[in-house]
Design a protein around this ligand. Structure first.
Ligand SMILES: Nc1ncnc2c1ncn2[C@@H]1O[C@H](COP(=O)(O)OP(=O)(O)OP(=O)(O)O)[C@@H](O)[C@H]1O
Ligand SMILES: [Mg+2]
Length: 207
């Protein structure tokens, strides 16, 4: 069976692509063999993996993209791509075309959403060539009890990309896990709420 391929993409920097790809890959790895591909030349996912190697409860394989031709991805059920914040398709176009699902993390403010307009346009270009591609906004760093403003909803509706029902909260544990080279799945009770929301996200995209 072919692997389910999921890309975390947004040309806007700092919206949570690396954080979510890492935690998503860890959550998927609890279900089946998972490969995390670092497509960002900044290489933070790779650094994270080097830092945490030997300390992971659930092994995931992390490699640089493009994948070394000597390595096969057929052994994996899930492949997750951490994309760079680039505003053209030279690097990320071929990745997204090869994917089943694209997740666009976005901070829930109208300014951040408008800044994601370019990404939504790039995504529509890819979808014209790859009609079956599913794509969703993932609201990230949502503050407890904050309702999405009307302006933010309007900005999203305009871009033609649905928003996942499962939002990701702004939680210190995402940062502290990263500092320790871990995911929220290895943070015990401190990570419980974050694990819960990651699990909702995974169930929603895999259904
Ligand atoms: N849900 C969250 N709660 C708290 N902090 C978060 C959350 N998501 C991301 N962060 C923090 O926000 C910062 C940016 O996140 P991250 O590096 O994952 O974004 P990115 O989209 O990969 O950035 P770049 O475009 O530079 O690759 C990091 O310091 C990260 O720890
Ligand atoms: Mg990143």
């Amino acid at each position: 069976m072919n692997a389910r391929r999921i890309a975390l993409f947004n040309s806007k920097g700092g919206c949570g692509k690396t954080t979510l790809s890492w935690n998503l890959a860890m959550g998927l790895a609890r279900r089946a063999p998972t490969l995390l591909l670092d497509a960002d030349p900044q290489g933070s996912t790779g650094d994270w993996a080097d830092w945490s190697r030997d300390r992971q409860e659930f092994a995931i394989d992390v490699r640089d993209w493009p994948l070394d031709p000597a390595v096969s991805s057929t052994a994996y059920t899930y492949v997750v791509y951490d994309c760079p914040p680039q505003s053209d398709l030279t690097r990320v176009g071929p990745i997204m075309e090869d994917c089943d699902i694209v997740l666009l993390p976005v901070l829930p403010s109208p300014l951040d959403l408008w800044a994601s307009r370019r990404s939504a346009e790039l995504l529509q270009e890819v979808r014209a060539r790859r009609p079956g591609l599913q794509a969703y906004f993932v609201l990230n760093q949502v503050e407890a009890q904050s309702a999405l403003s009307r302006a933010a909803r309007a900005a999203m509706a305009e871009m033609g990309v649905p928003v996942l029902g499962a939002p990701i909260g702004r939680r210190a544990v995402y940062r502290s896990a990263a500092v320790e080279g871990l995911s929220v799945y290895q943070m015990g009770k401190r990570g419980a709420a974050a694990v819960d929301e990651m699990e909702h996200l995974i169930e929603e995209i895999l259904k």
